[in-house]
Design a protein around this ligand. Sequence first.
Ligand code: CA
Length: 275
Amino acid sequence: MRHLQVPGRARVGKWIGQNIYWKRRHDGSENGEEEVPNESVLVIEDEENLCEVLRYNLEREGYRVEACLDGAEGLDSARSSHPDLIILDVMLPGLDGFEICRILRRESDVPILFLTARGEEIDKVVGLELGADDYVTKPFSVREVVARVKGMLRRSQSTARDGSPDAAHRVIRAGDLELDLDRHSVTLRGEPLSLKPREFDLLAMLASNQGRALTRDQILERVWGHDYYGDTRTVDVHIRWLREKIQHYPQSPQRIITIRGVGYRFEAWPPSSGQ
Ligand code: CA
């Protein structure tokens, strides 16, 4: 594997200081310091200079950064290192960004920020329902990328912690489906169900709005956040995945009902389960 080396700083292995590196984060006051584990970002980008600039600036913000210049190596790194976020270029040698994203989305919900050229690439990122969380177009300002990374990590942490924006140690029961927002677990007819974090957030949001029609925009904003740059088709894709998991017959939706021209409505199933 070829990992970028930035001169002038001691580096052991591919992670700075390995996994025990902690950053002291200042919140503006001397007394208000808190120890926080710094998060890891994997940069998959074949332009070496760009890669280095991103690494330098992200490290300055306290992130652990791993960089790969090749698509296939990047995929390997993503699988072995489990980064908290991936910055992914579209055009890459080995395996392109679209393919990497497609593969990763089957395996994890790691936030992915696409780096795209203008034009056709953006259309694909937005239109192919790849499950990218955000994208920036080249040329971009590094400050913009760092800001996006911060926002995405903050959102992914808060959803992982809270389950849904208004979750507070609650259990949602909807027919034979039960969501424990505190434990981030779901059971269907008493059997545990394995959902990805985003699928859980989506289901929690839908189930806490039983019987209410929600537009794709509302769903996008509540589950992905108001500064999400993607497309409402992302919602459709996640609904499809969710239906495959929570419904016996995905082709005849019982719990998540499509409302043509509007969006979706969640109904408890079976309808009269004595809630
Ligand atoms: Ca490239």
